[in-house]
Design a protein around this ligand. Structure first.
Ligand SMILES: Nc1ncnc2c1ncn2[C@@H]1O[C@H](COP(=O)(O)OP(=O)(O)OP(=O)(O)O)[C@@H](O)[C@H]1O
Ligand SMILES: [Mg+2]
Length: 324
């Protein structure tokens, strides 16, 4: 085994993840332990519960990632870990574990920005994308249009003024009685429905920003106006129409952003990039495999390849950050 491996650790929300990636961007292992079952009954992530679960899972998940990669800590040359944005209590578990590992082994450590890491999924083998490109990042916590000029970062061209696209999916799913998280459930239900059955408004905000809160309210009032049986009968049409509105807003703004940057290459990352209608609506765009759309640690290790590592003991005082 070569000694050129990067260990990535991710604990920003409700996934405990670890991965082993080569310096060339090949994924040797990627272990994601989701806690969504634990949080489902609360209809969202409970920060305190997430932190406690990360504590239980982080060591076994790291061990599993090394095992899957047929590697040991002797083969690791760099540790990458999410520093933020996310839930601070959750982030601190991964950050502390990464510091401990790096310090004990005398390894350098790279603190990774979670949003840059979503973009860095595009740099993984076997078909890495080369900047420049215009990118839509649409996840549970963020929705942004990005101008990516190099591997190290991006400029923000536009962002949501209220809810993130993934949040709009999750809130819509909740109104439709589909449980949490609901993006994937809306996606599969929408496939059986008529997207033209309902007309949900897409907020027209100036520039390259987004707004999704009005859409959610429109769905709320529509659902309230239906009886229980009627809701049951129209659920697929509601899901299809609601999804069509979100996808329409994302596609329109991404193409407008690309026209502004002049980039010929466009890409979509983040959990919402798993959406099948969005993938079909943008045949010209680059998407990553489904497993890399939602949170994972391969993206953290990938981003670590393009950032400056800190050596012992410079990283010991690093703190987590909650927002961008
Ligand atoms: N097929 C799908 N269609 C639409 N949305 C989806 C699909 N699959 C997952 N999602 C949504 O993706 C989101 C999760 O994405 P991700 O894991 O990237 O976000 P996060 O880590 O919670 O937020 P952030 O990255 O902003 O911190 C959830 O809101 C989920 O509903
Ligand atoms: Mg994420």
């Amino acid at each position: 085994m070569s000694a050129e491996l990067i260990l990535g650790i991710e604990t920003s929300c409700d996934e405990t993840a670890a991965a082993v990636v080569t310096g060339g961007g090949d994924i040797l292992s990627s272990v994601v332990s989701s806690q969504s079952d634990l949080h489902a009954r609360y209809g969202g992530v409970v920060p305190e519960i997430a932190s406690r679960r990360h504590l239980e899972l982080v060591s076994p998940v790291v061990r599993a990632a090394l095992e899957d990669a047929h590697a040991t800590l002797d083969d690791v040359r760099l540790v990458g870990v999410t520093q933020g944005p996310g839930l601070v209590g959750a982030l601190l578990v991964g950050l502390s574990a990464a510091k401990a590992l790096a310090w004990a082994r005398g390894l350098p450590l790279v603190p990774v920005d979670h949003l840059r890491a979503h973009v860095a999924t595009l740099y993984l083998a076997p078909d890495p994308l080369e900047p420049p490109f215009t990118c839509l990042l649409a996840s549970g916590g963020h929705t942004m249009l990005l101008s990516v000029r190099n591997h190290a970062g991006f400029d923000i061209l536009g962002a949501t003024l209220d809810d993130a696209a993934g949040e709009a999916f999750d809130k819509g799913a909740r109104l439709l009685g589909l449980g949490y998280p609901g993006g994937a459930a809306i996606d599969s239900l929408a496939a059986e429905g008529d997207p033209d059955a309902y007309s949900f408004p897409i907020a027209r905000v100036p520039g390259l920003d987004f707004s999704f809160s009005g859409l959610k309210t429109a769905l709320l009032y529509t659902v309230r106006g239906l009886g229980e049986d009627e809701l049951e009968a129209r659920r697929t049409d509601l899901a299809a129409s609601y999804q069509r509105a979100i996808v329409g807003a994302l596609v329109g703004r991404l193409r407008a952003a690309a026209a502004e940057t002049g980039d010929r290459t466009i890409a979509v990352v983040g959990g919402v990039s798993a959406n099948s209608e969005l993938r079909t609506a943008l045949p010209e765009a680059r998407f990553v495999p489904l497993a890399l759309c939602t949170d994972n640690a391969a993206m953290i290790a990938s981003a670590a390849r393009f950032a400056r590592p800190l050596s012992t003991p410079d990283y010991l005082a690093l703190d987590a950050y909650a927002s961008v």
